[in-house]
Design a protein around this ligand. Structure first.
Ligand code: NAD
Ligand code: UDP
Length: 308
C-alpha cells in the first residue's frame, strides 16, 4: 500500500484516478479547491477509510507524508481556464512548484498531468514527444498552454537540479462519465445539446480535428507511467483515432437521435486545426494502447449524461 496525493482529485480525471488507486489498495488524499471539481464525483469514495478529502488551493503550499503525488489540479476546459487566466497560469506554475517542493522534501515521485496543448497549433502531424510545439504566447489559450509548458520546465529542472523523481504525461482530449454537463468541451456540449434537442454548436467550419481518448484507457496509461521504473516522460497518452468536429457531431446525433440541427459559430482564437498523438513511445515503454474506440466510449458517456 502506498500513500498517494491526487491534486484536482474531485475533477473529471482526478475522481477516476482516486477510484482506481483505492481499488488497488492504496491510501489516497484528494486535494481540490472545487473550482471545476464536485463532491458528487467522489461521494462514493467518502465512506472508504483509506480516502481523505482536503479542500485546498494548490497555489498555497501544503505538506503531506506521501509516497507519490499526481498533480492534476487545473481547469481543463477552455471556457473555464479562460474565466480567470491569471489564476490558471498561477495554478499550473505554483501548483507544480508546490508539488515538486513537497516531492523533494518527502522523496515522493511526482506526476504531472501535462497536455497536447504544449504542441499548440501543430505543424507536424501526428505529434511525437520530440516536437517542440507552436504556441502563441500572448493568445487567449496561452494561460493554459504556457502554464503547462512552464510546469514541464519546472518538473525537469527539479529532476536535474534536485534529483526529484518525475513522470510527465501529455494528455490528448479525453472524455467520459463525470465530465461536467456544462463544462464547455466539445464531447459534453454535443451530447447534452443532442439529449436536450438543442442546436449543435459547431465552431468554425467543423473541419478541425481532435483525437478522443476514453477515460479508462487514459487512467491505465497514468498508472503504468507512474509505476515505470525509469521513464520520466514526457509520454503522449491519447487515442490516435482522429475525427473532425463535423464527424463527431454526426456520430453523437446518430446515437442520441432527436431533432437537433447543426449551427455554425465563430472559431475561438488560436483553436488548433488538427491534433493526433504519436503513441509509439507509450506502446514501446509502457506496453500501452487504447482499447475503447470512440463509438463504444460515446455509448458509455451518453448513458452517463442521460442519468446525471
Ligand atoms: P477538471 O476541470 O474536471 O479537473 C480539474 C480539477 O482541478 C477540478 O477538480 C478543479 O476543482 C481542480 N482545481 C482547479 N484549480 C485548482 C487549484 N488552484 N487548486 C486545487 N484544485 C484545483 O479537468 P480534467 O479534465 O479532469 O483535467 C485534469 C487535469 O488533466 C488537468 O490538469 C488538465 O489540464 C489535464 N488535461 C486534461 C485533458 C482532458 O482532455 N480531460 C487533456 C489534457 C490535459
Ligand atoms: N468545439 C465545437 N463546439 C463546441 C465546443 C467545442 O465545435 O461546442 C470545437 C472547438 O472549437 C475545438 C474542438 O471542438 O476545435 C475541441 O474543443 P474542446 O474545447 O473540447 O478542446 P480543445 O480545443 O482544448 O482541444
Amino acid at each position: 500500500m502506498q500513500r498517494i496525493l491526487v491534486t484536482g482529485g474531485a475533477g473529471f480525471l482526478g475522481s477516476h484516478l482516486c477510484e482506481r488507486l483505492l481499488n488497488e489498495g492504496n491510501e489516497v488524499i484528494c486535494l481540490d479547491n472545487f473550482f471545476t471539481g464536485r463532491k458528487k464525483n467522489i461521494t462514493h469514495l467518502l465512506s472508504n477509510p483509506y480516502f481523505e478529502l482536503v479542500r485546498h488551493d494548490v497555489i498555497d503550499p501544503f505538506k503531506f507524508e506521501v509516497d507519490q503525488i499526481y498533480n492534476l489540479a487545473c481547469p481543463a476546459s477552455p471556457p473555464h481556464y479562460q474565466f480567470n487566466p491569471i489564476k490558471t497560469t498561477k495554478t499550473s506554475v505554483m501548483g507544480a512548484i508546490n508539488c515538486l517542493g513537497l516531492g523533494k522534501r518527502v522523496k515522493a515521485r511526482v506526476f504531472q498531468a501535462s497536455t497536447s496543448e504544449v504542441y499548440g497549433d501543430p505543424e507536424i502531424h501526428p505529434q511525437p514527444e520530440s516536437y517542440k510545439g507552436s504556441v502563441n504566447p500572448i493568445g487567449i489559450r496561452a494561460c493554459y498552454d504556457e502554464g503547462k509548458r512552464c510546469a514541464e520546465t519546472l518538473f525537469f529542472d527539479y529532476h536535474r537540479q534536485n534529483g526529484v523523481e518525475i513522470r510527465v504525461v501529455r494528455i490528448f482530449n479525453t472524455y467520459g462519465p463525470r465530465m461536467l454537463p456544462d463544462d464547455g468541451r466539445v464531447v459534453s456540449n454535443f451530447i447534452m445539446q443532442a439529449l436536450k434537442g438543442e442546436d449543435i454548436t459547431i465552431y468554425g467550419d467543423g473541419t478541425q480535428t481532435r483525437s478522443f481518448c476514453y477515460v479508462d484507457d487514459l487512467i491505465e496509461g497514468f498508472v503504468r507511467l507512474m509505476n515505470h521504473p525509469s521513464q520520466t516522460g514526457p509520454v503522449n497518452i491519447g487515442n490516435p483515432g482522429e475525427f473532425t468536429m463535423l464527424e463527431l457531431a454526426e456520430k453523437v446525433l446518430e446515437k442520441v437521435g432527436g431533432s437537433s440541427k447543426l449551427t455554425f459559430h465563430p472559431l475561438p482564437g488560436d483553436d488548433p486545426l488538427q491534433r493526433q498523438p504519436d503513441i509509439t513511445l507509450a506502446q514501446k515503454d509502457l506496453g500501452w494502447e487504447p482499447t475503447i474506440d470512440l463509438s463504444e466510449g460515446l455509448d458509455r458517456t451518453i448513458k452517463y449524461f442521460k442519468t446525471c
